[in-house]
Design a protein around this ligand. Structure first.
Ligand code: SF4
Ligand code: SF4
Length: 306
């Protein structure tokens, strides 16, 4: 049964467009517990207080789904055919197209529905970039890659430009083993980070990361980051762009992640003169709406005054 269910599940994930699927046993993350505690204790999560919540649940999927047996990790490629280059202002590649939360949630709903039809009586929950689940750790346990010194999950065949999603299921499946770390002696990501958010390999100081500063931070960007933001207005890809494993990235095949024409042609002037009225329709289906107009204009003002 286990083998049949695993095959059914993996075939369906491929049909839904996920490039990779790895399965691990739902159990307490013993190795991660002290690391997470230390990271939070050192305040490396900045003002993201919500990261302190659900501490126990983040370490044990059985507290999220009754009788959980398996964690299914899924990767969806978002590496674009071409970078946006009409403007000096940069946005992270993951935000070029439609909001990944929406795209992936629809796929996961379909997947759970399919499993309920085929297996019957199963209980499960789906997560996309959601606080209670340590997505990279599970994907690593499921053999989809290793967590590199830049703290991203890296797949040996296609790099790190992937969204990660999970299903926690109360069904026993065949588990995939972890793979080894292939960072070796490389330090490119640590050397390239302009804000020193990666001072220690494998540990990110999120409170210094441009992604946090441009998206999560609600107050003003601290003066100490002047001249270090490298023109990023939403997110930052530097530590992924310099990673040698990303020379193996393959263009995604997901129409939803193709940028709108208006975004492709945006110039510096368009970004700088954008009004709230223009921001709304342009980013209504995009992950960029998370910062709201206020966030984007704060970021642009900060960059202009640098
Ligand atoms: S995303 Fe940018 S700022 Fe954040 S750690 Fe990577 S290089 Fe540094
Ligand atoms: S840039 Fe080098 S050290 Fe950093 S994640 Fe990639 S392989 Fe690892």
């Amino acid at each position: 049964m286990k083998a049949r269910y695993t095959q059914l599940l993996k075939n369906k994930t491929r049909e839904l467009g996920f490039e990779y699927c790895g399965i691990s046993k739902a159990e307490f993350l013993e190795e991660e517990a002290p690391r997470l505690e230390q990271w939070l204790h050192e305040g490396r999560h900045g003002s993201m207080g919500w990261m302190e919540n659900h501490f126990d649940k983040r370490l044990d999927p059985r507290l999220l789904v009754d009788g959980a047996k398996s964690v299914v990790s899924l990767l969806l490629n978002y590496y674009p055919e071409k970078e946006l280059e009409n403007s000096e202002y940069k946005i992270s590649k993951y935000a070029y197209g439609k909001d990944y939360h929406t795209v992936i949630k629809d796929k996961l709903k379909e997947l759970i529905f399919f499993l309920q039809q085929e297996i019957g009586g199963i209980n499960g929950r789906a997560f996309v970039d959601s606080a209670p689940v340590m997505d990279k750790v599970w994907a690593k346990k499921g053999g989809l890659g290793w967590v590199g010194k830049n703290t991203n999950l890296i797949n040996r065949d296609t790099g790190s430009f992937f969204f990660i999603a999970e299903l926690i299921l109360d069904v026993e499946l065949e588990y995939d083993g972890p793979i080894k770390d292939y960072c070796g002696t490389c330090t490119r990501c640590l050397d390239a980070c302009p804000t020193d958010a990666l001072q220690t390999p494998y540990v990110i100081d999120a409170s210094k990361c441009i992604s946090y500063l441009t998206i999560e931070l609600k107050e003003n960007i601290p003066e100490e980051f002047k001249g270090k933001m490298d023109n990023w207005v939403f997110g930052c890809d530097i530590c992924q762009d310099v990673c040698p494993w990303n020379s193996f990235s393959k263009k995604h095949q997901h129409q939803e992640f193709t940028p709108k024409g208006e975004l492709v042609t945006m110039s510096n002037k368009d970004w700088e003169e954008m009004t709230e009225e223009a921001f709304g329709p342009l980013f209504k289906d995009s992950a960029i709406k998370r910062t709201k107009f206020k966030g984007i204009s704060r970021n642009i003002t900060f960059l202009k005054n640098t």
